[in-house]
Design a protein. Sequence first.
Length: 215
Amino acid sequence: MVSDKIRNKSVILVGNSVELLEYEYGDYIESFDIIVRFGRGIPRPDIYKSVGKRTDIWITGFLRANFHPHFPTALKLLNRCRIHLNKKPTREIVFDHEVMYSDDELMLIFEEFGCKNGDANALRPSAGYMGVHYFVNKMNMWKNLNLIGFDFFQKKLPWKLGQDYPSSWHLPENTIQRSPHAKDKEREIVSQWNEKGILNWKILSDLKEELIDFS
C-alpha cells in the first residue's frame, strides 16, 4: 500500500515541465526515498541526468494506463478524475493498482475548481495537481514532500506539435490551444502549500510563461 511505502520517507513528485530538461537534477531526484512519476513520464537514458531513473510510485489516469509496462516495479495509483463521473470508464485497468479518489471525493475537488460533472468545457484539475493534492491531503504520513518539474504549463517548447507549443517533456502526440486544466488555480493552491511549509517546491527558474530555446 502507498501509505506503508511512504511512511516517514522523503517523497518527490516529478512533474512534466519541459524546463526540467535544461537542468541536471537527476542525482538530486534519485536522492529521495520515494520517486513519484506520472503518465507518460518515462525516464530514458538520454535524459537520466535531468529526470533521474528510478520510479517507486506511478500515477496514471485511464488515458495513459497502457504505459504501465514501462513501470514494472512501481506501485501504481489510478487517478479516476474524468469529466463524466456518472458513466463507467470505457477502458479496463489490467494491472494491480490503488484508486486515489472515490467519485464523491472527486466531485468535492471539482466543486473547488468550479467544474461540474459532465461539463467538457470546464477547466478541470490536471493529473499533476491531483497527485500533489493526494499526497498533501490523503497520504500525508511522509517525512517530507517535494516537487520538481512543476510550472503549471508556463514553459513551452519552441516548435508546434498539433495546434500549440508543447508544455510537457512527456511530449504528447498532439496538443490543443486551449488548455483543459485550471492552471492558475492550481498554481495558487500549490504556492500556498509551499509558503506554509507543507511541501518544498523547487521552482527551476520562474513561473513566467515563455518559449524555451534549447539551442
